[in-house]
Design a binder for this molecule. Structure first.
Ligand SMILES: [Zn+2]
Length: 285
């Protein structure tokens, strides 16, 4: 029996196909709420798909969603590839989600973040014309670039994300971080993102396609938390950092500092040992 449920609207993918994913991380519920609202409007025919095919998976990690946790056994967004012998719950989920990613030209993966006041942003991992059109339609001020580069350079953790999976299959996707997941504003942002994406690709009538200006930030590196320690302050995503600034300290006294002026990205104050602690970035040229 399938672990995930998908909902399909529109007849054919001849005119394009869009896949919306939500709750890849089970406690990131803003995207799910936005999907449920959209599905109700589609069922009531307040919104109609006029061309192409829309597939919605409102809950990609059902067990984590039920428990209100990020993952059950491992990060689903690091194992998004086909597993011949799936060893974990998330690998079994990946085996159901990857064929959907393969079957859709455009993928919008809705995430949300963990602190009140978190700034919404999108990732642009594999730029192409479809990706540009998709990202232009999202109402966020920041785009992070260069994720695949830092993962291939540092090679500590494999990057099997939804965007990587889409890229491997010749499709395109983006990850949208909608802001704090308990905030109604994040649900609104996710909902508008989906509507604007449908408008951008000409799949619905009655909504004017818009394009939002963005600041592009290049991701330079990431830091894996090697042992017990803590960040030097309660950093927030996109906080500015200066060269030499102390960022984190291990319990044994080793201090980690910023190598140059730039931005603190995706800090995880409660990172577990062996996982990403924070990223650093700078203005993209
Ligand atoms: Zn997430």
């Amino acid at each position: 029996m399938a672990l995930i449920r998908k909902y399909v609207f529109g007849e054919t993918d001849d005119d394009g196909s869009l896949l919306i994913l939500a709750a890849i991380h089970g406690n990131e519920t803003a995207g799910t709420a936005a999907c449920l609202r959209l599905m109700e409007e589609l069922c009531r025919e307040h919104i109609k798909i006029k061309k192409g095919r829309l597939t919605i998976v409102p809950v990609c990690n059902p067990e984590a969603y039920r428990r209100d946790v990020r993952s059950v056994e491992e990060n689903l967004n690091r194992v998004m590839t086909m597993h011949e012998n799936p060893a974990t719950y998330e690998q079994r989920l990946a085996n159901e989600i990857c064929p959907l990613i393969k079957d859709n030209r455009v993928i919008l993966d809705l995430h949300s973040t963990h602190c009140e006041g978190d700034v919404p942003f999108a990732f642009c991992d594999y730029p192409d014309n479809y990706n540009k059109k998709l990202i232009d339609a999202l109402e966020v001020g920041y785009v992070l670039e260069g994720w695949p580069d830092i993962y291939s350079r540092q090679a500590e953790i494999q990057d099997f994300s939804t965007e990587h999976c889409a890229h491997i299959y010749g499709n395109t996707g983006t990850t949208l971080e909608c802001g704090y997941h308990k905030s109604p504003a994040a649900v609104e942002l996710a909902y508008r993102a989906v509507i604007q994406t449908l408008a951008a690709f000409g799949m619905i009538d009655g909504v004017e396609a818009k394009s939002y200006p963005k600041q592009h930030i290049r991701m330079d590196s990431y830091v894996i938390k090697q042992r017990a320690g803590k960040l030097c302050r309660a950093y927030k995503h996109l906080d500015k950092v200066s060269a030499g600034e102390p960022l984190a300290v291990y319990d044994d006294g080793e201090l980690l500092t910023a190598p140059k002026d730039g931005f603190m990205l995706l800090p995880n104050l409660n990172a577990e040992i062996g996982t990403e602690w924070y990223y650093l970035g700078s203005n993209a040229m």
